[in-house]
Design a protein around this ligand. Structure first.
Ligand SMILES: *Cc1c(COP(=O)(O)O)cnc(C)c1O
Length: 403
């Protein structure tokens, strides 16, 4: 999965370019920077890979979600439909924008379902924050008609789906705005970084301005630039941006290897009684960062995880008990424990967060085990891993049969 496996001469060259001029800042300093513009290069690479008309690099995937919400006009008091299975940054971004998260059901795509979205709509719903999980993609042919029918704003958090597409369009480009994360664990990393994307020029200008204290980036005297709106500092530095550019160039290779090993693992595990895989709406567009296995029920998944731990099998995620990816462990959110009051404290919870009724999401995430695909594996290691996975699952199923 992670691009961090492939650090090499390319990333080192980017760093040396930047240190050669000492201009770590992405704007201005034309006289000293020797025409080195790494944030612009990073944005150009992301546009090339995704086909986005506009891209703006920022400090993290989290700030990219915030910029995406702001640039789409989502803010104070707006209800935003979110999934209960996501990296918590998505929900935090809604809360810190002044928005009100409304949780809806996911399905076996691991993403919000059209049905889940439709059931969560109220007269106050402004937007849907669609999160493309585990390197896969949501079912856009089903979701888009619901968005249109109810006149909602679609914002996409493709934090962990950079390099994924649905029927030829990159995820992140179906909505008004979208974003990717380049943190240390993603398919391409900048160390820390994120990229906002859109095909809408006015959204791009807003994101660009919002992410830098309102600067409109016209002219070359920074202190004299116009500030059409208030903003904040979500800027990326040139060192991180250079790494992000080098890593983005490696994504086609990483994705190809990921797909090969994911296929191999699926082939080795297919036919195993009780084992299925998540639903991938467009298998040809899968970035294949994870092999996502579904067991028959939560008890079998938990027993399988126990067997993995006993036999020293690593490299997997059991999201159901993960503190940051699933709502069951988000007591701080359910009780609205914040450093200081947020809009939701004034406006109230739209749902009883402590008694949400999301049986489908509980079922799917309870049964899910995800293995991170490594692009530096050897084929023999993949076959060996498949054997170990098989043993652990077979044992879990037999424990269940005799219980
Ligand atoms: C990683 C991730 C983020 C946040 O990205 P950071 O770069 O770690 O801030 C947001 N949303 C999703 C779905 C993610 O996986």
């Amino acid at each position: 999965m992670p691009g961090s496996e492939l650090f090499g001469a390319e990333e080192r060259k980017e760093i040396e370019d930047v240190l050669g001029t000492g201009i770590l800042f992405r704007y201005n300093h034309e006289g000293q920077r020797n025409n080195i513009w790494k944030a612009r290069d990073f944005e150009a690479e992301v546009k090339k890979l995704t086909g986005a008309r506009y891209a703006h690099a920022v400090s993290s995937g989290s700030t990219a979600v915030s910029a995406a919400l702001a640039a789409a006009g989502v803010g104070a008091g707006d209800e935003v439909i979110v999934p209960p299975f996501t990296f918590i940054a998505s929900v935090e971004a809604v809360l810190f924008s002044g928005g009100i998260p409304v949780f809806a059901e996911i399905d076996e795509t691991l993403c919000l379902s059209a049905e889940g979205i439709e059931k969560a709509i109220t007269p106050r719903t402004k937007a849907v924050l669609l999160v493309h999980m585990c390197g896969q993609m949501a079912n856009m042919d089903e979701i888009i008609p619901v968005i249109r029918k109810h006149n909602l704003t679609l914002v996409e958090d493709a934090g962990q789906a950079f390099g994924s597409s649905y029927k030829g369009t990159s995820v992140g480009l179906f909505g008004k705005t979208g974003c990717y994360s380049f943190d240390f664990f993603k398919i391409a990393t900048a160390g820390e970084g994120g990229v906002f994307v859109t095909n809408d020029e006015s959204c791009y200008k807003l994101a660009d301005t919002y992410s830098d204290h309102g600067h409109n980036h016209v002219g070359n005297v920074r202190g004299m630039e116009q500030h059409p709106v208030l903003g904040f500092n979500f800027r990326i530095g040139e060192l991180h941006a250079g790494i992000g550019a080098a890593q983005t160039r490696k994504v086609p290779h990483i994705r190809e290897v990921n797909r090969k090993y994911k296929q191999l693992l699926m082939k080795q595990l297919s036919g195993l009684p009780g084992v299925t895989f998540t639903s991938i709406p467009d298998p040809a567009g899968d970035s294949a960062t994870f092999l996502n296995i579904l067991l028959p029920d939560t008890a079998t998944a938990k027993q399988t995880v126990e067997n993995f731990n006993k036999t020293g099998v690593g490299g997997f995620n059991y999201w159901f008990t993960n503190m940051y990816h699933f709502i069951n462990q988000w007591e701080h959110l359910k009780d609205l424990k914040a450093a200081a009051p947020l809009a939701i404290h004034l406006l109230g919870k739209p749902q009883d967060y402590n008694n949400l009724n999301l049986p489908k999401s509980q079922d799917v995430v309870g049964r899910l085990i995800s293995f991170g695909i490594r692009c530096t594996w050897k084929e023999s290691e993949v076959v060996e891993l498949a054997g170990k996975i098989k043993n652990a699952i077979e044992q879990a199923l037999s424990v269940k049969a005799y219980a």
